[in-house]
Every structure is written in structure tokens, then in C-alpha cells.
Design a protein around this ligand. Structure first.
Ligand SMILES: *Cc1c(COP(=O)(O)O)cnc(C)c1O
Length: 404
């Protein structure tokens, strides 16, 4: 089992007081905290090897390039991609999805269909809407049920030879639902559609295997997995990345440039125009090493315990309703207190040092489905504890007394 106190000591921010109270950080779905090894790696990069990559012949540039490419290989191994050049550094999940959606503009035509699910983050809705507007393709939505699970029979009947792309998250950020992506990938491929998996909420909790999954694209953000902001990953199967046009033009992504014609660089550089966030890319490798050191199996087991503990405790509060009760769920609980606006609860418990997210969680269609303005979302990480959950539950009771 995990030594939680030892793990907590790795995260300097957790020892902090907020509004005079020990910080209880339950907003891990929005971003994760960073362990000391990650903070040290950021400083070390700037102190020792800061230089632009893939350009200079000088020593520092070589060291920075080597470290950057080593991080790429680490991520390749972590997600089990076949080739390192299938791992594209982006600025985050949003950038990754936009890069793919933009590429599909050269493939889609009027009458084609793109499927997204009712559980998506706005990042996995809006780029596809923009793509459909550009190409005349139609966006269709895989519906969800009251528990917050996708209705697979509806998915099956939406799929047809018109379907060119299915974009679905691995785990819902608003409800914590783990989607049956293995099934969805297989079904998409049966009709010849490509499938993109938004792994932004999955990668903090599990180690995806893109070969076993056989997905065409898998995307995620560094900042949600203990890494820095400003870096993310676009994994794409080689054949797709070859086929899609680049997203941005500029330095680094070209083979030759003249005013008549530019030829593009090989993968992965074709999708990496301009100077990237070098430090963040390198340090994402450090963050992944850190998480693997703890072990994703350990993380999953521990977080599942937190989820069960918190769910039981929260349901003892009168008038508390949990949204998203899927059988397969990660450590996210979205809920409301009857008759109270989530924002008011969030404000009061912040005074007690507790950080949760309130609102629509960039997933307005889910809130519309439940006919609510938003929820309070507590999202737990492996460095959270049952003691913190107790503090949280007491704070909610206090807020409820004040607001009702
Ligand atoms: C956070 C999140 C995103 C967006 O990630 P960014 O890091 O903001 O680009 C997309 N999808 C899901 C499921 C998320 O949780």
C-alpha cells in the first residue's frame, strides 16, 4: 500500500495554509499539484541546459535536444506507442484535438458525420463543430443516461459508413464516468471511422496502452499528471499523422522552404512548428517517471478507496444528490446540496481552506441534461486522504446550515 504521508511530503504546496486553514486540495480534475522532483527538474533545465533545440551545433543545444527527445521516448514507452515519432508535443489536450480536427478538414466532405458524446469537455466538442461548419459535415451526439453512462445501443445505431470520426473521452471530467472505449474503438473501426480518445482525465489515473486499444489518436495534458502547464501530447498512428496536413506552419516543421513551395519535415516535426515549451516537455518525462515510481495500479486502488469512502460519507448529508453514478467511475464526485447554488458552497468552503470546482466544468451539455446550472466537483488524487474527506464533509454541513 502507499505511504501517503511520505507521498504528501513530495508536494510542498500541500503543507500550505489557505485562509488560515490547512489546504484541502480536491480540484485535481482541473489541474494536479507538482512534486518536488518536477519543480527541481524545471529549475535544473533553466540553470544547466537552457538552449533552443534541434538547431544549434553547440553543446547546450545538443543537451537540450537530447533531453527533449528522451522525454518523447519516455512518453512513447509510457503509452506503449509503436514509434517515438507518433508522439507529438503540443501545448495541451485542447491544442492536440484542434490539430487533429484541423487536419480532418482536408478529408471530410458534406454529408460525412462526426460523432462526439454527450459527456465531452468543450475542448472535444467545439473543434469538431468548427470542422463541421468548414466542411459541411454533420456533428452527431452519442446520448447518455441518467447515471451518466453512454448509451451504447444508440452509439451502434449512429455509426454508419458516413461516420468519419468518433471523438470521445476516456473518462468524463464532470462525472468521472469511465467510458467503454475498447468497445467504441472496435465499433468505429468496423465502419471505417477514425477514433480520437481524449485521455485528459484518464492519464492521471491509469496508463493507457495505445497499441492494445488500437485507437487512432490519444491526447492528454501534462498539467493534469503532475507535469507543468503548457505541454500536452498528441499520439497518432503513423499512417494518420502522415496523411493529415500540418496544423501550423513555421520554423522547425519544414524540410525546404522557397517562396514557390515548402515541403514539410518528417514526423514528429511536421506537427511541431516553432519553438516548443522545451522545459515542460522534458519535465513531463520527469512527472511520468514519478507517477510510474508510485505505480498506476497502486494509484487506482487507493483512489478507488477514497471514492468509496467519500461517496458513503457524502450520502449521509441530507439533501445531497450525486450526479454521475456510473458503474465504472474514477475518483470524481459531482454533487449538489438541495436548494443551494454550488457557487455559494464553493465560496464558503474556500474560506475553510478547501479547493473544489464549482460550475459547469466545461461540460455545459451535461448540466443541461440534468437541468442544473452546475455542480460542486470534488476530484481526488493519490495524495489526498480520508482525513481530508472528513474535513470536507464537516465543511459542507456547515455551509448547508449557513445557506439554508
Ligand atoms: C482538462 C480537459 C481538457 C482540456 O485540457 P487542457 O489542458 O485545458 O487543454 C479536455 N478534455 C478533458 C476530459 C479534460 O478534463
Amino acid at each position: 500500500m502507499l505511504d501517503i504521508q511520505k507521498i504528501r511530503a513530495d508536494f510542498p504546496i500541500l503543507a500550505q495554509k489557505v485562509n488560515g486553514k490547512p489546504l484541502v486540495y480536491f480540484d485535481n480534475g482541473a489541474t494536479s499539484q507538482k512534486p518536488q522532483v518536477v519543480l527541481d527538474a524545471i529549475t535544473k533545465y533553466y540553470k544547466e541546459i537552457n538552449a533552443n533545440i534541434h538547431r544549434g551545433v553547440h553543446t547546450l543545444s545538443q543537451l537540450a535536444t537530447d533531453a527533449y527527445e528522451e522525454a518523447r521516448r519516455k512518453i512513447q514507452n509510457h503509452i506503449h506507442a509503436q514509434f517515438a515519432h507518433e508522439v507529438i508535443f503540443t501545448s495541451g489536450t485542447t491544442h492536440s484535438i484542434n490539430a487533429v480536427a484541423n487536419g480532418f478538414a482536408s478529408i471530410l466532405k458534406a454529408g460525412d458525420e462526426v460523432l462526439v458524446s454527450a459527456l465531452e469537455h468543450h475542448s472535444n466538442i467545439v473543434p469538431w463543430q468548427m470542422l463541421c461548419e468548414r466542411t459541411g459535415a454533420t456533428l452527431k451526439v452519442i446520448p447518455m443516461n441518467e447515471q451518466g453512462e453512454l448509451i451504447l445501443s444508440e452509439y451502434d445505431s449512429l455509426l454508419s459508413e458516413k461516420t468519419k470520426m468518433v471523438a470521445v473521452n476516456h473518462i468524463s471530467n464532470a462525472l468521472g464516468t469511465i467510458n467503454p472505449i475498447e468497445y467504441m474503438i472496435e465499433k468505429a473501426h468496423q465502419v471505417g471511422a477514425a477514433i480520437l480518445i481524449d485521455g485528459a482525465q484518464a492519464t492521471p489515473h491509469l496508463k493507457p496502452d495505445v497499441i492494445a486499444l488500437d485507437c487512432d489518436f490519444y491526447v492528454f495534458s501534462g498539467h493534469k499528471i503532475c507535469g507543468p502547464t503548457g505541454v500536452g501530447i498528441l499520439y497518432g498512428k503513423e499512417e494518420w499523422l502522415q496523411k493529415l496536413p500540418p496544423y501550423q506552419g513555421g520554423g522547425e516543421m519544414i524540410a525546404t522552404v522557397s517562396f514557390e513551395k515548402t515541403t514539410y519535415a518528417d514526423l514528429p516535426h511536421k506537427f511541431e512548428a516553432g519553438t516548443p515549451n522545451i522545459e515542460a516537455g522534458i519535465v513531463l518525462g520527469t512527472a511520468i517517471d514519478y507517477l510510474n515510481g508510485i505505480g498506476f495500479q497502486n494509484i487506482a486502488t487507493y483512489e478507488q478507496r477514497l471514492l468509496e469512502y467519500a461517496t458513503a460519507k457524502l450520502l449521509e448529508i441530507e439533501g445531497l444528490k450525486i450526479y454521475g453514478t456510473a458503474k465504472e467511475k474514477t475518483s470524481v464526485i459531482s454533487f449538489n446540496l438541495e436548494g443551494i447554488h454550488p457557487y455559494d458552497v464553493g465560496t464558503i468552503i474556500d474560506k475553510l481552506g478547501i479547493a473544489v470546482r464549482t460550475g459547469h466544468h466545461c461540460a455545459q451539455p451535461i448540466m443541461d441534461f440534468y437541468k442544473i446550472p452546475g455542480t460542486i466537483r470534488a476530484s481526488f488524487a493519490f495524495y489526498n486522504t480520508t482525513d481530508e474527506i472528513d474535513i470536507f464533509v464537516e465543511a459542507l454541513k456547515k455551509a448547508q446550515k449557513m445557506l439554508l
